[in-house]
Design a protein around this ligand. Sequence first.
Ligand code: G3P
Length: 216
Amino acid sequence: MEIYLDTANLKEIQEVAALGIISGITTNPTLVAKEGKGVSFETRIKEIAEIIPGPISAEVVSTEATGMLREAYAMAKWSSQVVIKIPMIPEGLKAVKILSQDGIKTNMTLIFSTNQALLAARAGATYVSSFIGRMDDISQDGMRVIREIREVWDRHSIQARIIAASIRHPIHLVEAARAGAHIATVPYKILMQALKHPLTDIGLERFLADWKSLTS
Ligand code: G3P
């Protein structure tokens, strides 16, 4: 399973890029808004593209296909790495169909069921993003949807890549990998939690102390 970072924050992206563990970035309007009004969306996506060589999802905010397409064609010019993120609504499907015919990559977002994922893939989506945490929030098993999507994908040889999004804690990450997600898009904080283990810290402290005792 590949790891993407779910953020529009440049500092976080720079820091994690240096670790060599992420292969793409996803953003959404909420994450971009968190960064404030100081920098334009276009500039931010271009800055990210200079750090990360992989796919960068940039989301449209129109709710009609014509507006989505207008935004998508403009964003696709920012960088060849841009993937157009489009909400899973009927107008979104129309836009995905046209963009896929034009060879523009899409990430269909706000997917909460296997049916939605299947329809997104049929419209030609390159990626389908299923929001695990938000399903868990309302007492639905988000990971079950990832497992089910993967089962359908394997049975029917569907190519769209499954993104486990709305990852809320490190266990989600391991479960998404086990469930067969192709990608998990993870917030910075969760990634940092996932790479830590108390026994690693204790072990390192002991190694260093023992080494120091040789020289003192
Ligand atoms: O990028 C979409 C998704 O990861 C959002 O997560 O935590 O706002 O549900 P969350």
